[in-house]
Ligand binder design. Structure first.
Ligand code: HEC
Length: 126
C-alpha cells in the first residue's frame, strides 16, 4: 500500500516539474518576443488578432504547423520564397504575392530561443 502511495506521489512530482518547465520556456519566449535586444517581435506583432506591421499572432499555431513555423523563424526569406502551401496562404492573406518579405528576424537565434519562442506562440491560441 505504502509503495503505491510513493509512486503516485513521484508521478505527480514529475508531472508538475515538467509542467513548470514548459511554462518557463514559454515565459522565456515571451521575454525574447518583447525584448528589443531579443527578437523584438513586439515592434511589428500584436499577440491578439489585430494587425500591426505584421499579422496579429493569436491562433498562429492553428494556422501553421510547427515545422513551418520553425522553418519560417529560422530563415524567413527562404521560407517566403518556397512554394509551401502555408507560405502561399500567408502571401494571399497579407496580399503580398509578389513582394519580398518584411524582415521578420533581427539576428541569429539559438535553437533554444527558437523553441522558447514556439512554446510562447502556442500560448497565444484562444
Ligand atoms: C519589421 C517588422 C517585423 C518584425 C520585427 C517581426 N515580424 Fe513577423 N511578420 C511581419 C510581417 C509584415 C509579416 C507578414 C509577411 C510580410 O508581409 O512580409 C510577418 C509574419 C509573421 C508570421 C506569420 C504570421 C501568420 O499569420 O501567418 C509569424 C509567425 C511571425 N511573423 C513571427 C514573428 C516573430 C516570432 C518575430 C520576432 C522574432 C517577428 N515575427 C518579427 C513583420 C515583422
Amino acid at each position: 500500500m505504502r509503495k503505491v502511495f510513493v509512486s503516485t506521489q513521484s508521478v505527480l512530482v514529475v508531472f508538475f516539474l515538467s509542467f513548470s518547465f514548459a511554462w518557463a520556456d514559454a515565459k522565456r519566449g515571451e521575454e525574447f518576443f518583447n525584448s528589443m535586444q531579443g527578437g523584438d517581435c513586439k515592434s511589428c506583432h500584436r499577440v491578439d488578432g489585430s494587425k500591426l506591421v505584421g499579422p496579429g499572432l493569436a491562433d498562429v499555431t492553428k494556422r501553421h504547423t510547427n515545422e513551418w513555423l520553425k522553418a519560417f523563424l529560422s530563415d524567413p526569406q527562404a521560407t517566403w520564397k518556397s512554394e509551401h502551401p502555408e507560405t502561399l496562404e500567408l502571401k494571399t492573406r497579407v496580399r503580398k504575392t509578389r513582394v519580398p518579405i518584411t524582415t521578420c528576424k533581427k539576428g541569429p537565434m539559438t535553437s533554444e530561443q527558437l523553441q522558447d519562442l514556439l512554446d510562447y506562440l502556442a500560448t497565444l491560441d484562444k
